[in-house]
Design a protein around this ligand. Sequence first.
Ligand code: LER
Ligand code: MN
Length: 270
Amino acid sequence: MKLSIVSGLKESESNQEQILKKFASLCDFLKPLSYDGIELSLLEPEKVDVKKINEIKKSYEMEIPALGTGGTFIRFGYSLGHHEDIMRKKAVERIEKYIEFARETQSKVIIGLIRGRYNFESSSKKEKLNIISSLKECCRLAEKNDVILLFESINQFEIDSYNTISESVGLLEEIGSDHLKLLVDSFHTYLEEDPLYIWEYMRDNINYVAHLHLADDNRRAPGTGHFDFRSFLNIFKESGYTGFASIETIMKPSFEDVAKEASEYLRTIL
Ligand code: LER
Ligand code: MN
């Protein structure tokens, strides 16, 4: 299993030179800590010189396993489940930009917080229907560009639907695209799943899983809380999963500390 960590590039507020410098310094710092990749959480991927990013990535033998898209909802308010057509259209247009970037960097594109949250003008049922129709459009774009989309189950305190892995698997079956896979996040698993059944359920549905997020139950570096990473990661290891596990935590006391601590702890398990 390969290890990565989430970071942004501040592309919305930086010039090209600063963006590339930031990416190179991330590679420079993470490579000696035995990271295999950096998951990029971007807001405007079209502002990043993807050719130059690829050159830096190649020179460090690093990968960009996935692109985070949640900023689209948090900063712009566009979402796949929005009750207004125009806002859903904008969200799909943004996903297209991520897909184009991902096609060049051999990354996958995350469908997480970009699903949005519904307000009083909508309902859970309407939101789900909107998510399904937007997601079908995203899948068409993903298939055209041969990029994998990663659907992430997210806990109920952050998002209103598809909070559990089984709900998400149901959606994947309904959509039926071989370009739509599952992202399992240990933190959301801890909050949402029944520990009596989840390990076996995950083992049975392992073929859907194409990416992992790792955070402990306190959402800090793995090893600092009580989540059973050994059982969790062993399911994937024993099933021959060779994809990425990506550290996605509160970066406290600092990104550097989390990166060091997480890598040290996880290398004893991975
Ligand atoms: C949000 O809680 C999360 O886990 C992110 O990966 C969503 O994109
Ligand atoms: Mn996550």
